[in-house]
Write a protein that binds this ligand. Structure first.
Ligand code: ATP
Ligand code: MG
Ligand code: MG
Ligand code: MG
Length: 569
């Protein structure tokens, strides 16, 4: 590709509304543009990387024996009524109707459609196991779309669905998909962890998520320092705290449910608009050494979002925290004395429970020695999504007995589930077994956030100059920058020659033939993250050399013109 004929839409300024680095860099490098909240266009540069991610996913899925299909994005309501999800799915499901008044949705996922397809096409156990996948646009009306393509409303997912005669066969395919996902994320050059996950609303018996490690991740994952134990924070098991952390006392377990007056005063304190006020308030109180009641935790439920809570009460919580460790609370909010409701206490620190559960906020007090460990939230506070509030903290012994637990932030890029017969029995998807008896199929489903991967990779691969692509998904692997190519025919000619040579060797090459200052061109190539750069100048050519610099290299080097190809290998 010649840069003079290519949309290079780089920007110097960091866009104000882009909070995390990948979002900033995708905009600045000219990969994407926003159309509306959660809706993005992919510019030529961004699409090249997206397609490369897709290709790797497709190759590994094909290698696993899965068969590619393509299903409609728009799905009839009848199928969702059959599975029961038309009622259950909630606000993320974008519902619409056609000119005849029939109901449809834009698919956030495709269990119903594939199960319908398979119940009509597959008749015998001999056709099983079968695994069908697609790479396709999904729509989820996320309550809080943010971080660019990381949490978009329209995004690209690889979704696969497997069908089986029995649970043992499902187990085999599940393991195969687990290995396939590892191959995919290895090839993508991501630093990731597979973790045990709750199977959640989709149902089923077993589930793993694949998380890319990044401080901007919206999820918290827990793993052991010494062994193989790894789980997401919702799934992570609490084991007895080690060392000097105090175990839960009886008063810690006491739960006060305040009256309406208290609820009103908390609403006011939090600065919540009246129309989105607090609905439920659960306070866990603990008496301190002086017998004073202190708030140790507060769960506020309502229709509000964290943004609507008065900023001054948050004291600069830039990023909502998914799990409050004391350190994070300290760092994000600091300590502030005050009172709330009927109890005298330090002002609670407010911790958002992640974008998925915006209605619930957890507030932990600034008590020095307070940890969530040891409190059984499910038993003590049976309200809302408190099952998400788990009791592990860093340093706890690992449930597998190997070392202690470490908590890190992760970005969910893949998710595999054993669905069992949830959809197949609801939709009556059966085949005949060896004895001619009709049996309901077992199912698995396997998702990968293809567009989210692009952003996740940038979270792990960047510096102050811009993106640093791994070769496997770089939009171009090589940039050839011509210095003064317009005035120096020898430079233009040498550039052309190298361009053709590298392309013949299979590289994606961007020939920067623009009539611009060298500094601008270098900055663009670095911002765009192109892993290898050659510079061709008149002076170099006179000495028979080119300049080479790897994107991560400190220094550039002069190499003989004929060594250009070898230096890349
Ligand atoms: P999250 O917890 O981030 O909301 P999810 O658990 O709802 O994701 P799944 O239903 O497991 O998502 O979908 C499979 C994959 O699709 C996810 O692992 C993720 O990589 C991707 N994905 C889900 N929602 C989005 C989104 N809004 N934008 C981009 N990718 C997404
Ligand atoms: Mg979600
Ligand atoms: Mg999830
Ligand atoms: Mg998931």
């Amino acid at each position: 590709m010649r840069a003079s004929r290519y949309l290079i839409a780089t920007q110097k300024e960091t866009p104000a509304d882009a909070e995390i680095i990948s979002h900033q860099l995708m905009l600045r490098a000219g990969m994407i543009r926003k159309l509306a909240a959660g809706l993005y266009s992919w510019l030529p540069l961004g699409l090249r990387t997206l397609r490369k991610v897709e290709r790797i996913v497709r190759e590994e899925m094909d290698k696993s024996g899965a068969q590619e299909v393509l299903m409609p994005a728009v799905q009839p309501a009848e199928l969702w009524q059959e599975s029961g999800r038309w009622e259950q799915y909630g606000g993320e499901l974008l519902r619409l109707h056609d000119r005849h008044g029939r109901d449809f949705c834009v698919g956030p996922t495709h269990e119903e459609v594939i199960t319908d397809l398979v119940r009509n096409e597959l008749k015998s156990y001999k056709e099983l196991p079968a695994n069908f996948y697609q790479i396709q646009t999904k729509f989820r009306d996320e309550r809080r779309p943010r971080f660019g393509v990381m949490r978009a409303r329209e995004f690209i997912m690889k979704d696969a669905y497997s069908f089986h005669i029995n649970a043992a066969s499902l187990d085999d395919t599940y393991q195969l998909m687990h290995r396939t996902y590892c191959n995919i994320f290895d090839r993508l050059g991501l630093d990731y962890r597979p973790v045990q996950a709750d199977s959640g609303s989709i149902g089923g018996s077993s589930s793993h998520e694949f998380h890319v490690l990044a401080s901007s991740g919206e999820d918290a994952i827990v793993f052991s320092t010494g062994g193989d134990y790894a789980a997401n924070i919702e799934k992570a098991e609490a084991v007895a705290p080690a060392g000097d952390r105090p175990a839960a006392t009886e008063d810690m377990k006491e739960v006060h449910t305040p009256d309406q007056k208290t609820i009103d005063s908390v609403s006011e304190f939090l600065g919540l608009p009246a129309e989105r006020s607090v609905k439920t308030l659960i306070v866990k109180a603990e008496a301190d050494e002086n017998g004073e009641s202190g708030l140790v935790a507060l769960i506020v439920r309502g229709d509000h979002t964290l943004n609507e809570i008065k900023a001054e009460n948050l004291q600069g919580v830039a990023e909502p925290l998914t799990m409050a460790t004391d350190e994070e609370i300290e760092k994000a909010i600091g300590c502030k004395a005050g009172s709330i409701g009927p109890v005298n206490l330090p002002i609670p620190t407010i911790v958002d429970r992640s974008a998925a559960h915006l209605a619930d906020f957890v507030c932990g007090a600034n008590k020095d020695d307070y940890h969530l460990t040891g409190v059984n939230w499910e038993r003590d506070v049976a309200v809302g999504r408190v099952e998400d509030i788990r009791n592990v903290v860093e340093g706890d012994p690992s449930p597998d007995g190997n070392g202690t637990l470490e908590i890190r932030r992760g970005i969910e890029v893949g998710h595999i589930f054993k669905l069992g017969n949830k959809y197949s029995s609801a939709l009556n998807a059966t085949v005949l077994d060896e004895n001619g008896k009709s049996v309901v199929m077992e199912m698995g489903c396997y998702g990968i956030g293809v567009s989210r991967i692009v952003a996740s990779s940038i979270e792990q691969n960047h510096d102050d100059k811009g993106i640093i692509w791994p070769d496997a998904i770089a939009p171009f692997q090589v940039a050839i920058v011509l210095l003064n190519g317009h005035k120096a025919p020898a430079v233009a000619e040498a550039g052309e020659k190298l361009y053709n040579e590298l392309r013949e060797a299979g590289y994606d090459v961007l020939l920067d033939d623009r009539n611009m200052r060298p500094g601008v061109k270098f900055a663009d190539m670095e911002l765009m993250g192109i892993p290898h750069r050659f510079v061709i100048s008149e002076r170099g050519l006179n000495a028979g050399t080119l300049e080479y610099k790897g994107r991560r290299d400190e220094d550039k080097q002069d190499i003989a013109v004929e060594d250009a190809l070898p230096v890349l290998m």
